[in-house]
Design a protein around this ligand. Sequence first.
Ligand code: NI
Length: 484
Amino acid sequence: MRKETQKKPKVFRLFIYSFLILGVIGVSLFFFTDIFDEIAEIAEKEPGITVETKSERIENGIELEIESKKAKTYTSYIAYPRTNLQTIDLPIYEWVSNQADNFYQEMEETEILLGNEFEAHLGIQSDITAINEDIMSFLISSEQHVEQENEYKIIQSFMVNLKEENIINFSDILDEEKIEDDQLFTLLRENLDNNKIDDKLLRTYVDDPDNIKWLLDQESIVFYFNPFEISNDEKVMNVAIPLIDVYMFFKEDYRSILFTKKLQAEIDRIEELKQLTERELDPNGKYIALTFDDGPNKHTTPRILETLKQYDAKATFYMLSGNATNLPELARQVAEEGHEIANHSITHANLNTLSSDGVKKEVKESMEQIEQATGVKPKTFRPPYGNYNDRVIDNAIETDQSIVLWTIDTRDWQHRNAKSTYESIVDEVKSGSIVLMHDIHATTADALPKMLEYLSEEGFEFVTVSELLPLLSTEAVGPHYGKK
Ligand code: NI
């Protein structure tokens, strides 16, 4: 059939032929390159169609092949990467040529219906990013429209390893032992715009890891979804998730291939911290948990962090999520320096005066906001003013947060006097003390060096609240610690 033979444009038919030939006689790279030049020549000879091709060199020896075509009723612009490694190039050509074939076939059918009275365009673009000298990410998008309407865009992603000469599938990197059944689904569900997603479609997407479209950048993994793939939305969607939150899903050998040195160092530190917070305290040890409420504050929190660092002291920061959200970098720094991130509500409201919705917000949403800002889920909650009721307790239990008050109140917020802050500790300190301070007052930052000096000399070890809790629960009642 005449139509059948003309359906595939020569350029792409020739791609396939060239691979067949290569497969049979196993020709050299030189010949392979040669074929591309021939394609251009032949394509130009097709009547009524002008074709321009060129090749641009980009990073890591990759070339961008560009072909623009002009026919009576349509134009096309196709740009795709070529690595000269067949195991990588073939699937890319296949995807690109498939898109082009479908478009050209549609054009032919439309010409039969409408004659030459329409205009259409196909654009295939490639975003090419080098992750390092071996790993590249290619995001290829194919967009077509007929007469300004009927716009249709789909994408495909390729993570390629030039050294190993392969494309890395999502199923390759995934550590099946570390990831639980529903974890990826839940992760995507949480990060995607809730209203639009069809859970059933998303589950199908997740259940076929080889089909998952993903790319990495230096800091995140991005998942891509084509129109109607997980929702009724006709647009391409994507969601970026910070690698620091999901690195544990990656097989170790892929972490070292794909992650930047900086990210790996950060992961190492987090792993170390985990071991630290998992450590069990000696029941006969001398421990103190310093806590700082109401921050972070851009002036005083960095000063306090600096002093803590000098004494290698870990503390617990009861953040207001309003402040953590405003200062996410500082909030994250507190976590990264090994301090415990804890929850002190969104707005510092007196929880005993709030409706059940209000309490829920201040206990639960604050926790989520603090996690968002710091990357760490708070494990303990300190109600503002120490005021709490059954509603607060219920919400805390539901969200796995222990309610923690204090045993020493420095009253630093009231007297605003460094000397008084220091003295309140000296008077009352004993092993297991939880000290209430605020990292929003300069006088508290002023008091800290002398306080830490004293406590160190007295042989106290500075621990976080969560480290201290298991030790205290043997001699106190339940998870709640009341005012003295
Ligand atoms: Ni407070």
